[in-house]
Write a protein that binds this ligand. Structure first.
Ligand code: BGC
Length: 726
């Protein structure tokens, strides 16, 4: 679209105060009105007192320099005869210190103007058209939001009246990077009621929502002008039962609200928080000893508008709570960008985390559009040398780590597999190829990836003391992912009808060299990668050795970000389903269920975020809402429930259903709403004529191969019932 409007900004920098851009206009006789708008920051537009659209934190987060989304809203219904459009602008990701450790980037962002660009297109009864453009006829004034920023929160003064308006100033700004909205809009999705209010041993008054969420608090208060509400957020309480914020690191995550007279309701406008608890640092009545009512507090859950597609249930309440935690982990971290965590001073699109979780993510929710947009940012931000970026949007955090940069091949391939549309491969193919070329140019060995700086098996339990990195060899991981990305690029190219002989040859050479170089496997993750990426010469023997190692390690996983997503797949793929279930159902540390026994309502960053004795693992790197380890849910969909899409007919156009029951569960059920319809698989143990049998109930929307008790059957779409021995 051609932009005729100009970028405008306030005459004077308003510092922390969020500027409000205002425009009055006549609209008598208009029968249609469309507003196109975007900003350098995050905006909230209001026409005649009513919010325009429901996009929270618009225009979302992209690689702004190359791609800045604009939104189009039909505002016809909000139109009057005399109209007032008001747009408030927060710093958001565009101008805020995200991340707050990159000082250079912070300085650059702080110098950017609070820019707005908009075009309001009016169509009149008589066919006449008119476009109102941002220009000097717009005004700016200070608003009630006195401060708003992603990490630190929001300051709001309800006493502030609409004050003096000064003319806006036009400035030279680019429009060539403006693109129509591509991702899902971020929206308010649900409301969680406060579960309890209590006083801690330190005398702090705390409201508990019973669930860690991402979004913001809404409160209602009857106050006198000048009364102050001050709120802090937290994920967990400490060992003594007191409010704990240290793990937010430098993110202040606070609300400061100054009241007007009377009953009023407030929720932050241009920021978000990750929290389960809020502390009422100041609240009208508290000093006189009056506790507010629970009904005064609601947590508003905010995330990208993805449709829920996948469900997992079982007879085990702890496992069900874990499944719920995985879903909440996704809701909490799919806020326009797949973030590592929603609370501390990061909230960044870490690529390693995204590639680990994407399969689970794509079964739980329809994330095709969400990832199509994020991957386009990845391609846009790809470095000149072809490396991809630790985080996307890039924010100057660095690039070139194996398993992180490999998100560039793994993510598009998974989106293609789950949804079946090769368009994502077309969009990303150049990025994939450039990434492989980068590895080729940076490695010391032609057919391995050696050298370089990597995150390795991040947070692996076999890490040496004082290190975040597991003991798996860096060159092993990098070379294994080099093979895997080469294979995926070749596969993608084949789907697209490209000549992939170069990648096929490269892949063969990497596998050969890998086998010659890595003749032994030393860690659980090394065994896992060797089998899962098809590098082990004898996968059965290697998987058996892995099983032995896991048992020797105390039937415990020792893997980190790199090995964990594939561990159970490798075990159950080679006859060790029993052991896979042992790991899945284990409740002692370390395990997926251990945090559940400690009251987790989302997935933790660390297996022992809260240790047995109640101490925290550390104050520094201890998020209680990090989705990466939730990736094990894809094993439950694919192996426990047995639902697989077939690579040759992606998007579940053909399905292979091979449930793997275990007697430690009475029943288990998985279902996915695919592009072809609902596929579901439920097994339960029953007694038939005194004999214990598994009852398998399967519904499939596509031609399928059903494998039960080792017997394969080809079936048409429909519902089926089987009884089997195991
Ligand atoms: C993030 C991780 C991320 C990692 C990279 C952390 O600070 O929270 O999830 O992948 O850095 O090593």
């Amino acid at each position: 679209m051609e932009w005729k409007a100009e970028w405008i900004r306030p005459q004077q920098d308003m510092g922390d105060v969020c500027p409000v851009f205002v425009k009055e206009f006549e609209g008598k006789g208009a029968v249609k009105a469309e507003l196109r708008i975007t900003a350098m920051g995050v905006y909230e537009a209001v026409l005649n007192g009513q919010r325009v659209g429901s996009f929270v934190l618009a225009p979302g987060w992209t690689s702004y320099e190359k791609r800045l989304q604009y939104q189009s809203y039909d505002v016809t219904k909000l139109l009057g005869e005399k109209n007032l459009l008001e747009v408030t602008l927060g710093k958001g990701w565009y101008r805020g210190p995200v991340p707050d450790w990159n000082k250079e980037d912070m300085a650059r962002k702080a110098a950017l103007p609070a820019g707005l660009i908009a075009q309001l297109h009016l169509t009149y009864e008589d066919g006449r058209e008119e476009t109102i453009l941002t220009d000097e006829t717009w005004g700016t004034r200070e608003g009630q939001i006195r401060f708003s920023e992603i990490y630190d929160g929001e300051t709001f003064d309800a006493r502030v009246e609409a004050g003096d308006v000064s003319p806006a100033v036009c400035f030279e700004g680019r429009t060539d990077q403006l693109i129509p909205q591509q991702g899902e809009e971020i929206r308010e999705q649900e409301r969680v009621k406060a579960a309890r209010i209590f006083t801690t041993p330190k005398g702090e008054v705390v409201v508990d929502f019973g669930q860690e969420v991402t979004g913001y608090l809404e409160f209602c208060v009857d106050a006198r002008e000048g009364d102050v509400v001050e709120i802090s957020h937290a994920e967990v309480m400490d060992k003594e039962g007191s409010f704990y914020t240290e793990n937010y690191r430098s993110a202040k995550a606070k609300i400061h609200y100054t009241c007007r007279d009377g009953v009023q309701t407030y929720k932050p406008h241009l920021t978000f928080f990750g929290f389960r608890y809020v502390r009422l640092d100041r609240f009208p009545g508290l000093e006189e000893g009056r506790l507010p009512d629970l009904e005064q507090f609601t947590a508003v859950v905010v995330h990208s508008d993805m449709k829920r597609t996948g469900y997992l249930r079982s007879s085990n309440p702890l496992l069900n709570r874990f499944f719920s935690n995985v879903i909440w982990g996704q809701k909490g971290n799919f806020l326009d960008v797949p973030t590592d965590c929603p609370q501390r001073n990061e909230r960044l699109g870490w690529t390693g985390d995204a590639q680990a979780f994407i399969k689970t993510a794509s079964y739980n929710f329809d994330v095709e559009k969400f990832f199509t947009k994020w991957l386009a940012d990845m391609a846009a931000d790809q470095c000149e040398n072809g490396s991809v970026g630790h985080v996307i949007p890039a924010c100057g955090v660095g690039s070139g780590s194996a398993a992180w940069d490999d998100a560039s091949t793994i993510c598009p391939w998974q989106i293609y597999l789950t949804y079946g549309d090769p368009a994502i491969l077309r969009q990303q193919f150049d990025c994939m190829k450039k990434y492989l070329a980068f590895i080729g140019s940076t490695t010391k060995d032609p057919y391995l990836w050696t050298g370089g700086e990597h995150f390795e098996d991040w947070l692996g339990l076999d890490a040496p003391v004082g290190s975040y990195k597991g003991s798996t060899r860096a060159d092993f991981i990098a070379s294994a992912f080099y093979a895997h990305s080469t294979l995926l690029t070749a596969k993608a190219g084949r789907v697209l009808g490209e000549d992939v002989s170069e990648y096929e040859a490269l892949y063969k050479n990497i596998v050969k060299t890998f086998r010659e170089t890595f003749t032994d496997y030393r860690t659980q993750t090394e065994y896992v990668l060797a089998v899962h990426f098809g590098l082990a010469e004898d996968p059965q023997k290697t998987a058996d050795a892995l099983a032995q190692k896991v048992v020797a390690d105390g039937s415990r996983l020792m893997t980190g970000f790199v090995g964990t997503p594939y561990l159970l797949h490798v075990l159950s793929g080679y006859g060790h389903t029993d052991l896979a279930y042992t790991l899945l159902l284990r409740t002692e540390y370390p395990s997926w269920l251990y945090p559940v026994t400690k009251g987790a309502t989302t997935v933790w960053e660390h297996w022992d975020g809260i240790m047995e004795n109640g101490d925290f693992w550390s104050a520094d790197m201890n998020s209680f809402n990090h989705y990466a380890y939730g990736a094990v849910a894809d094993w439950v969909y694919e192996e426990a429930a047995g639902i697989h899409t077939v690579e040759e007919a992606p998007g579940f156009a053909r399905i292979r259903i091979a449930p793997k029951p275990d007697e430690r569960l009475d029943w288990l059920e998985g279902s996915i709403q695919t592009r072809h319809g609902l596929v579901s698989s439920k097994w339960s143990w029953v007694e038939l004529d005194g004999v214990k049998k598994v009852r398998c109930e399967i519904t499939t929307p596509s031609p399928s191969t059903i494998v039960i008790d080792g017997v394969s059957r080809e079936v048409e779409p429909g519902s089926y019932l089987f009884f089997a021995d195991k």
